[in-house]
Write a protein that binds this ligand. Structure first.
Ligand SMILES: [Fe+2]
Ligand SMILES: [Fe+2]
Length: 362
């Protein structure tokens, strides 16, 4: 039954939308970021050395296999947001908002690349990728709207702070976030296939086809990196090592901030994260000459020290005042040391194959 909202309800709804947008706007060390780069340099990329693989990937993206996927259909179950335990509801919303921000951040970067570029190959790639990310972000936003909240994406584009990264850093960070995104979505999807009783929200049913988009995006960045062998050799291997450490570390800390959410999904956070690291490492051998030694007890202990230090830092920040300030410095240095220990743990070396092409295998 339709009825007109009272002024008080409209005011409340507005406030919730504002708060959620604020949540998505907040930029801390761990939140998904918005990036900008040297678009002219990216525009000069020449895909000739990998032309054959490039054309095959772009033809597949052009065929747009998921064009009808991101629509609610009969599989979409209605959920009663009011019936959720408040803690779980908060963490589920936090998960959705942070996923939406990550999707939308990709969309903005890719769209900008397409807009500023003149290189036909590059513009075509980024138009497909921004198309996909816009769909992903829009679909999550629809789900949030059902909970009576939604993020104002236009506002987010203007309000969020942008971090400048050189193109090569964009390749490392974005390649990893696409592949880790694939690994996360498919791991959750396969788990819920086995345990549908833990599917607390219908959006997870969409993750299988969804993650194939992220998989292709990762393939595209693997090809871009292969246009120039310098990007994955010499000093740059240390940068790759840095990005692997940072991306894995951030994911581990961030997931541990959502215990009720993972508990409801029937997922042990540590096991799940290790599984995602394993899949991501396996895939990244397609282009990176190293993988982190994630099974090394020294690396794992440092990862846990990083988690504890980041949580302490957050608590100190919330405490405020002089004690909070001192606490932040202490926890900050412990986090730095833990990160350094992870970074310096010896790595596995590989020779990437002549062709980087992979197909989704999980
Ligand atoms: Fe996406
Ligand atoms: Fe993506």
């Amino acid at each position: 039954m339709n009825r007109t909202l009272s002024d008080a309800e409209v005011k409340e709804a507005r406030q919730i939308v504002n708060e959620t947008t604020e949540m998505a706007t907040e930029t801390t060390l761990l939140d998904p970021r918005f990036y900008t780069t040297d678009f002219d340099e990216m525009d000069r990329i020449d895909v000739t050395p990998i032309r054959e693989e490039w054309d095959a990937l772009l033809a597949q993206m052009k065929s747009d296999p998921n064009r009808n996927h991101f629509k609610k259909n009969d599989d979409w179950d209605d959920i009663d947001w009011d019936a959720f335990d408040p803690e779980l509801k908060r963490e589920l919303i936090d998960f959705l908002v942070s996923s939406l921000t990550a999707e939308f951040s990709g969309c903005v970067l890719y769209k900008e690349m397409k807009r500023r570029g003149s290189n036909k190959d590059i513009c075509e790639l980024f138009s497909y990728m921004s198309r996909d990310e816009a769909r992903h972000a829009g679909f999550i936003n629809d789900a949030l709207r059902e909970a009576g909240i939604g993020v104002n994406l236009g506002f987010l584009t203007k309000a969020k702070k942008y971090t400048y990264f050189k193109p090569k850093f964009i390749y490392y960070a974005t390649y990893l976030s696409e592949k880790i995104g694939y690994a996360r979505y498919i791991t959750i999807f396969r788990h819920l296939e086995q345990h549908p009783e833990h599917r607390i929200h219908p959006i997870f049913k969409w993750f299988e086809e969804w993650c194939n988009d992220e998989f292709s995006h990762g393939e595209a960045f693997a090809l871009l990196m292969r246009t120039d062998p310098k990007l994955t050799s010499g000093i740059n291997v240390w940068w790759i090592r840095f990005f692997l450490t940072a991306v894995y570390g951030v994911m581990y800390v961030r997931d541990h901030a959502r215990p009720a959410f993972h508990d409801a999904l029937g997922i042990d956070i540590r096991d799940y994260d290790m599984e995602v690291f394993r899949k991501t490492s396996e895939m990244s051998k397609q282009v990176f000459p190293i993988t982190l030694d994630i099974d090394n007890p020294r690396w794992q202990r440092a990862l846990d020290r990083l988690r504890v230090a980041m949580f302490d830092m957050d608590a100190a920040k919330r405490r405020g005042g002089l004690r909070g300030f001192i606490g932040r410095i202490g926890a900050g240095s412990r986090a730095g040391l833990a990160f350094a220990a992870m970074y310096l743990t010896p790595v596995h070396k590989h020779t990437p194959p002549a062709s980087s092409r992979l197909v989704p295998a999980y």
